[in-house]
Design a protein around this ligand. Structure first.
Ligand SMILES: Nc1ncnc2c1ncn2[C@@H]1O[C@H](COP(=O)(O)OP(=O)(O)O)[C@@H](O)[C@H]1O
Ligand SMILES: [Mg+2]
Length: 255
């Protein structure tokens, strides 16, 4: 579904070249919820943004839905991006547009006529339970509601993949739980593959099938949370392992 092979990314900084992604390879299968966890500055957002080529790597291959994204011409890339939704920590809603207009926005870019846009926006707002808010502006919504609008907007183009960059980091614990449940439902009901970047253990524990741990631009650990974990190496891996083992009846972990 998603395949990254030997991805390298350098940023040019005042101190010279900075190696932000170091030979990253990973595979995400269809229907999976795939986590990327790591401390701030590890390269998580950069990695996520290479999947839809918002960040172009200096070397490596990116395949999404069988398409080699990095080889596409601009027009085809824009089309391919429509099947890859994205949500953000700070929601990135347009404050001078209504909720419905926010959700319609990607459809406008995709060239849909107004009538269809409104209809699809209504459907997506219904999915996230916010149809009654369609004519208000983002400022009047709570954080959790704003993220649900972000999700509705990401769903507008019927994506097969949803990229989530710290989707719950600006939310309180209860709202976090709510949004995570929500992402799980979308994954199960709509069959959307989810890649979720986070620094929060809870996100991984609650919804991820697999997780990679990133440190300083490298993947230092790969865990399949559906299988017994027998070995962990990284600090985060160990921490995660201790947390998981304390969750009764989840899976049997052997060390
Ligand atoms: N456009 C950029 N120019 C220079 N350095 C960048 C740029 N984007 C990110 N970086 C650097 O790359 C590293 C990884 O950043 P990022 O992917 O945002 O990490 P994370 O999401 O894990 O916090 C950081 O050290 C950051 O400062
Ligand atoms: Mg980040």
């Amino acid at each position: 579904m998603i395949s990254l092979k030997n991805i390298n990314k350098y940023f040019t900084t005042e101190e010279g070249k900075f190696h932000a992604l170091k030979n990253i390879s990973l595979e995400v299968e269809k229907g999976e919820i795939f986590g990327v966890i790591g401390f701030s500055g590890a390269g998580k957002s950069t990695l996520l943004r290479t999947i839809n080529l918002l960040e172009r790597p200096d070397s490596g291959e990116i395949k999404v839905n069988g398409q080699e994204i990095h080889k596409l011409k601009r027009k085809d890339l824009l089309k391919a991006r429509q099947s890859i939704g994205m949500i953000f920590q700070n929601f990135n809603l347009l404050s001078n547009k209504t909720i419905s207009e926010n959700v319609e926005f990607p459809l406008k870019i995709a060239g849909f006529p107004k009538k269809e846009r409104i209809q699809r926006a209504n459907e997506c707002l219904e999915i996230v339970g916010l149809l009654d808010k369609k004519d208000v502006y983002p400022a009047s919504l709570s954080g959790g509601q704003k993220q649900r609008v972000g999700i509705a907007r990401a769903l507008a183009n019927n994506p097969s993949v949803l990229l989530c960059d710290e989707p719950t980091s600006a939310l309180d614990p209860r709202t976090t739980e709510n949004i995570l449940e929500f992402l799980k439902t979308i994954n199960k009901k709509l069959g959307i593959t989810i890649v979720i970047v986070t620094h929060e253990m809870e996100v991984v524990e609650k919804i991820c099938d697999k997780v990679v741990v990133m440190e300083k631009g490298e993947i230092v650990e790969r865990l399949n949370l559906k299988e017994p974990i027998t070995e962990v190496h990284s600090e985060i891996g160990k921490y995660l392992f201790d947390h998981l083992i304390s969750l009764e009846g989840k899976v049997e972990y052997v060390i």
